[in-house]
Design a binder for this molecule. Structure first.
Ligand SMILES: [Zn+2]
Length: 93
């Protein structure tokens, strides 16, 4: 590998491409299974590598299979279909 592009050895560009594909792709995939923002998690995966995949994997578990909305009064997450906010007791009916 003696080919140089913009002063950086080609092997580093290949390594970067692999890093982006593997960790960005993995974080994005896990985020999609959790119903989360795939673009944001892709970028996080690129930035912090395998940690993003671990974080989104753990963070998503408690919300899995449940739709969440945000309470208009206190801005806390509330299950979709709730008639009353469990945080501030506002009645949605
Ligand atoms: Zn509330």
């Amino acid at each position: 590998m003696d080919q140089v592009l913009v002063g950086v050895p080609a092997v580093l560009w290949v390594g970067l491409l692999v890093w982006v594909t593997v960790f960005g792709g993995a974080a994005s995939f896990v985020a999609s299974t959790k119903g989360r923002d795939t673009i944001a998690w892709f970028l996080l995966g690129v930035l912090i590598g395998p940690f993003a995949t671990v974080v989104v994997g753990l963070a998503g578990e408690s919300h899995e299979g449940t739709s969440w909305a945000r309470c208009g009064a206190c801005l806390e997450p509330v299950r979709t279909g709730s008639t009353r906010c469990p945080h501030c007791q506002v009645d949605f009916g």
